[in-house]
Design a protein around this ligand. Structure first.
Ligand SMILES: C[S@@+](CC[C@H](N)C(=O)[O-])C[C@H]1O[C@@H](n2cnc3c(N)ncnc32)[C@H](O)[C@@H]1O
Length: 279
């Protein structure tokens, strides 16, 4: 994530090691470390060849791949800039000075880092739109929320800024959790949002809340759908799938207790808003 003297992301230097036990990497140019399966991926603002060689020497690790790309390429060619999902206005940290808060404009300051959830992926944007729609029309109904796979924490932040008081935000990526925690802090939402590092495969959290948001991948959604303990919430926003997956996902829904309130699409991505008739 961004630490002084850095105020934005420009070039990314990415090193993927074949293990996770690299020892402590304390470097001023380190953006963060992803742990993925049994490998670690280190992101830096600068080229770090000699540091990488020293890490390999000391830990016995080897490099699987390395890459140098600019931030825009990491973000699928998009320029990460301020955008609005009324009444929310989301600004990356390097643009917050241009924000003016008004009663119609509720600002969110975001360090998107290299974590999913900048707001520029169609699924994130769809979820944020539906969250704002629900909370601006039925705000009293939604007091608690679970965000499954929070990434940068943006969806939880949107809900918190619109008044949801109790939010649990889960992710299995420790770096995502660190970025989400930072974003919670800089938006002063610590009393409302609790970020929890949890692998949701086999560890489903308590879903007895008003709204569950799950922008995830098909395999994990299917696991959830087939677990009766997933279905304790009043409403569900489900996204992260494309039309070719819809039939299989629909077939896994316990439709005897659910009502499909809305289907939305953006580019090739889909979202469902479900209501639970049994709650
Ligand atoms: C598609 S991203 C969505 C991020 C954010 N909620 C958004 O809408 O932009 C999915 C997130 O789920 C997390 N994730 C994937 N598998 C997970 C698992 N087994 N347990 C917990 N989190 C997981 C990823 O690390 C990632 O941050």
């Amino acid at each position: 994530m961004l630490k002084p003297p850095y105020t934005q992301y420009d070039q990314l230097y990415v090193y993927n090691f074949d293990r996770i036990d690299l020892g402590i990497v304390d470097d001023p140019d380190l953006i963060g470390t992803w742990i993925e399966d049994d490998t670690s991926i280190l992101f830096f603002h600068k080229e770090k060849q000699s540091l990488i060689e020293s890490i390999c020497r000391q830990s016995g690790a080897q490099i699987i791949y390395e890459a140098n790309l600019n931030y825009q390429d990491w973000e699928a060619g998009l320029d990460i800039t301020t955008f609005s999902v009324p009444p929310l206005i989301v600004a990356p940290l390097w643009e917050v000075n241009q924000l003016t808060a008004t009663t119609e404009n509720i600002p969110i300051h975001l360090d998107p880092s290299v974590i999913f959830g900048s707001g520029f992926h169609p699924t994130t944007r769809l979820c944020l739109q539906v969250i704002t729609d629900i909370l601006t029309s039925n705000s009293d109904e939604i007091q608690s929320l679970v965000d499954l796979g929070t990434g940068t924490g943006l969806l939880s932040l949107g809900a918190a800024k619109l008044g949801v008081q109790q939010i649990r935000a889960y992710d299995n990526n420790p770096f995502a959790c660190a970025v989400a925690e930072k974003n919670v802090r800089i938006n002063s939402c610590e009393k409302q949002i609790n970020v929890l590092e949890t692998d949701l495969r086999g560890a489903l959290p308590d879903t007895s809340v008003d709204l569950v948001v799950a922008n995830l991948y098909k395999g994990l959604l299917l696991d959830f759908f087939q677990n009766p303990d997933f279905w304790h919430a009043r409403y569900y926003i489900i996204s992260g799938f494309i039309p070719s997956m819809e039939e299989e996902l629909l077939a896994a829904l316990p439709m005897n207790q659910l009502k499909l309130l809305e289907r939305r699409k953006s580019e090739t991505w889909r979202l469902w808003l479900l209501a639970n008739a049994s709650v």
